[in-house]
Design a protein around this ligand. Structure first.
Ligand SMILES: [Cu+2]
Length: 591
């Protein structure tokens, strides 16, 4: 089953022929089609058990599916999702984030507890309603603790103009590392006292929820000491033989769109298709000037839309591949290589492809060079900018636990008190651990980020597509020191520093997520054009749990008026839940 060019019966593009990738950019121009259409979805989140890579595991799913159901809309449509939290034994809150959507008129629908809502309490429902302001490929996922790694996520496709035409939309291709241990236990390690457990190494890699773990291999760990989870079950791994792999169909000579995304917890994914080049047409929600490559690199949360022109080989069956190599610095998996089958129209889908990889993977973890990636719609960043330096560190706190810090402060949110109504009312008093950065009435902000540790960080900003002024690895310092695990905590080198150079200054790359390389730097800029409360955080689940995040606010008197009673819809039930079931065991940042 392929995906359409757009939804509905319209014979011509429903967003209007005048809106092309070269003439329209909703992130700045507010040029969003008015379709008067709402797409309705009904999601129930509950516990289950599945075996994506052949190993049975406790999970939490949307509508019992992994990945969850696809959300589809045309550009400019509204999306309404009724979410019911049926998570029990034990209970957990939940909240869904629509990764990359800007929420310019509805900042309270961004799905982050502590920002625009409380978690949806167990047994209760909440309806999200927001406009598809930007188009392309993304995903939705839980933003409650590290719950998205338990399976609460699915693809989201917004149909809109494309940098190049294509014949067939193959749809989402979701690349993910996978763990056999409940996330609560992994988080307990990631914020624990043993540096050798940071980062926790994944067991395998899966494509669209399918992979093959060799069950004669040991899992990441199956010893009882790892099972700090409040799940009472005594877990032992059960293997299912011959777990089927994901499979796709190609048509000879046709051009296929693949919507690649890294929906994993930790590892950088490197994607290729045997014997086929990949033409990149969009990066995150930003259409780009097309360029051709053979490997696409994606950090957690990042997306890349590629076109693949099929060969004239109707009987062919080949592999697509995704790998999470690179070891600890890149969040590499213990079993880093996954495949999924591509069958041409005459191929027998009961056979196994025998193609071999035609690419060589480097062991770095950095996105394609910035001079290759150019937004199709050119925007020059404001000259009137203010610069905030940010230093990323991994350190020990007073109790001997590891925490990830930004400018020496680890992030920890209060899920009972959303910040959005507080700042909208002019109350700008924040606890230090909320890590709020107020940029007041500035026009534009540059974040000058230095990564002072040998681990990659895929940072994601809510509510904005930011410019990437420059990014670099440690090639100037040459250090990749992983082993300075001295008593009292790791003693790392200093990360590389930005020299002020801007790549493509008249039209720098824009997107909503960036790979900050190990011991590297990133300089990004964003316009203060969407007042709200916007987290900026690492999307490695274990780093986020460990506090690697902050919240951005500015122009608080221009925040859209919050509808009467909006916060009460989640906070009344959540506050009742947390006061009647005892405090939630918030072992991590909470977001
Ligand atoms: Cu990180």
């Amino acid at each position: 089953p392929y995906f359409p060019q757009w939804l509905g019966e319209s014979p011509t593009v429903p967003w209007g022929a005048n809106r092309t990738v070269n003439t329209s950019d909703a992130t700045v121009a507010n040029d969003i089609p008015i379709t008067n259409v709402t797409r309705y979805y009904n999601f129930t989140v509950s516990r289950s058990q599945i075996s994506p890579d052949g190993v049975l595991r406790d999970v939490i799913l949307v509508n019992g599916q992994y990945p969850g159901p696809a959300i589809e809309a045309n550009w400019g449509d509204w999306i309404e999702v009724l979410v019911t939290n049926n998570i029990s034994d034990p209970y957990e809150g939940t909240a869904l984030h629509w990764h990359g959507q800007l929420q310019k008129t509805t900042p309270w629908q961004d799905g982050v507890p502590s920002a625009g809502q409380c978690p949806i309490a167990p047994g209760h429902s909440y309806t999200y309603r927001y406009q598809a302001e930007v188009h392309g490929t993304s995903w939705y996922h839980a933003h409650y603790s590290a719950q998205f790694t338990a399976g609460v996520m699915g693809p989201m496709v917004v149909y809109g103009p494309s940098s190049l035409p294509y014949d067939i939309d193959v749809g989402p291709v979701m690349l993910s590392d996978w763990y056999h241990i409940p996330y609560f236990s992994i988080v307990a390690d990631a914020v624990g006292t043993n540096y050798s457990l940071i980062p926790p190494t994944s067991d395998s890699v899966i494509i669209n929820g399918r992979g093959q773990f060799n069950c004669s291999n040991p899992s990441y760990s199956n010893s009882s000491e790892w099972l700090a989870s409040n799940l009472a079950s005594n877990i032992s791994w059960t293997c299912v033989d011959e777990a089927p792999l994901a499979a796709f169909r190609f048509q000879s000579g046709k051009t296929h769109r693949l919507r690649l995304m890294n929906t994993g917890a930790n590892g950088v994914q490197k994607f290729s298709v045997d014997y086929h080049n990949l033409t990149v047409i969009a990066v995150d929600y930003v259409p780009v000037v097309p360029y051709t490559t053979s490997v696409v690199t994606l950090g957690v949360g990042q997306r890349t839309d590629v076109l693949v022109t099929a060969l004239d080989t109707p009987w062919a069956s080949i592999w697509m591949r995704s790998s999470a190599p690179g070891g600890e610095p890149c969040g590499g998996s213990k079993n880093p290589d996954a495949v999924a089958a591509i069958y041409y129209e005459q191929a027998d889908p009961s056979t196994t492809p025998s193609s071999t990889s035609w690419v060589t993977l480097s062991d770095d973890c950095i996105n394609d060079p910035l001079n290759l990636t150019t937004p199709a719609y050119a925007i020059k960043p404001s000259n009137d900018s203010w610069t905030q330096d940010l230093s990323l560190t991994l350190a020990l706190n007073a109790t001997g636990d590891f925490e990830f810090r930004m400018n020496d402060q680890s992030w920890r949110v209060n899920t009972n008190v959303p910040l959005l109504p507080q700042v909208a009312s002019g109350n700008l008093t924040f606890e230090p651990e909320w890590n709020v950065y107020n940029f007041f009435d500035n026009t534009s902000i540059i974040l000058n980020i230095t990564n002072n540790m040998p681990l990659v960080h895929p940072f994601h900003m809510h509510g904005h597509n930011f410019y990437i002024l420059n990014v670099g690895d440690n090639s100037t310092t040459g250090s990749n020191n992983l082993d300075k695990r001295q008593q009292g905590g790791p003693q790392f080198e200093a990360g590389a520093a930005w020299d002020g150079t801007v790549i493509n200054p008249s039209n720098p790359m824009r997107r909503d997520g960036i790979l900050i390389p190990p011991y590297g730097f990133a300089a990004i800029q964003f316009e203060l054009s969407n007042p709200g409360v916007w987290p900026f955080h690492c999307h490695v689940a274990w780093h986020l749990s460990g506090g690697q995040g902050m919240s951005i606010v500015y122009k608080v008197d221009e925040i859209p008026a919050i509808p009467e009673g909006m916060m009460d819809q989640t906070c009344v039930d959540w506050n009742w839940f947390t006061s009647n079931h005892g405090p939630v065991d918030q072992i991590d940042s909470g977001a």
